[in-house]
Design a binder for this molecule. Structure first.
Ligand code: 5RP
Length: 218
C-alpha cells in the first residue's frame, strides 16, 4: 500500500463523522482532496461546505458541492483536514500546503475537528517537519530575526504567495516541547499572521490510515 492509499483510507473513514443537514469545514492538501472526492458521493446529505483554500473551493465546486462564505454560516459541525505532524495529544503542525491561516480560522469555527493522515505523520515531538509561519511580506526579515532568537532556522518559501497575499517562512531545527506556549509566543511576534502549530485548538479526533487498517486516536 502506498502512502497515498493510506491517506485515502483515513479520508474515507472520516465520512462517518458527518452529521446530516449540517455545514462541513474542508481542509487543504492531498488527504483533504481524498475527503472532498469521497464527500461527493454523499453531497445530498449536507447543507454545504466552508473551504480553507481557493484550491479546495475549486475542487468542491468541480464536484457540484456548495461552497459557502464563512460569514454567512452560523455553525460548522465538523472540520476535516490533514496535517504534517500530529502528537498523541492531537497537537498538530500544519501549513505544508501554505493554507494554515484559513485552516485555523475554519477549525476555530468548528464544533469538532477530525484530522486525517497516514500514520507516518504521528510523532512524539513536533518540529522535525519545518514549522510553516505565514508572515506579512514587509515584516519577513524582522520576523526571521526574531525566530532565530527562539532557536529556529527560518527559510523563506521562495516564490510562494498565500491565498491572503502573504509569504511563508518554514522554520527548521525547532523541538516543540510545549506546543501551546510556542504557538502563543510565535504568534505574538509582530508581523506574524499565523503559526502552523495547532495546539490551542487541537484536533478532537485523529484518523490514521495504516497498513493494519484505520486507527482512531482521541
Ligand atoms: C496544508 C496543510 C495540509 O493539511 C498538510 O500539509 C498535509 O498535507 P497532505 O494531506 O498533502 O499530506 O496543512 O496547509
Amino acid at each position: 500500500m502506498t502512502q497515498d492509499d493510506l491517506k485515502k483510507m483515513a479520508a474515507e473513514a472520516a465520512l462517518d463523522y458527518i452529521e446530516s443537514g449540517t455545514v462541513i469545514g474542508i481542509g487543504t492538501g492531498s488527504t483533504a482532496n481524498h475527503f472532498i472526492d469521497a464527500l461527493a458521493g454523499i453531497k445530498h446529505r449536507i447543507d454545504g461546505t466552508v473551504a480553507s483554500s481557493d484550491a479546495s473551493a475549486e475542487r468542491l465546486a468541480g464536484h457540484g458541492i456548495p461552497v459557502l462564505d464563512l460569514n454567512s454560516v452560523n455553525e460548522i459541525s465538523l472540520y476535516v483536514d490533514g496535517a504534517d505532524e500530529s502528537t498523541r495529544h492531537l497537537h498538530l503542525i500544519k501549513g505544508g500546503g501554505g493554507a494554515l491561516t484559513r485552516e485555523k480560522i475554519v477549525a476555530a469555527n468548528s464544533r469538532r475537528f477530525v484530522c486525517i493522515a497516514d500514520d507516518s505523520k504521528l510523532v512524539d515531538v513536533l518540529g522535525a517537519f519545518p514549522l510553516p509561519i505565514e508572515v506579512i511580506p514587509m515584516a519577513r526579515s524582522y520576523v526571521a530575526r526574531e525566530l532565530v532568537k527562539h532557536g529556529g532556522r527560518p527559510v523563506y518559501r521562495d516564490g510562494f504567495v498565500t491565498d491572503n497575499g502573504n509569504v511563508i517562512l518554514d522554520v527548521h531545527d525547532l523541538q516543540i516541547m510545549d506546543p501551546v506556549k510556542m504557538e502563543e509566543e510565535l504568534n505574538n511576534i509582530t508581523g506574524v499572521v499565523t503559526v502552523g502549530i495547532f495546539a490551542k485548538r487541537p484536533a478532537d479526533v485523529l484518523v490514521l490510515g495504516s497498513k493494519n487498517g484505520v486507527q482512531i486516536l482521541t
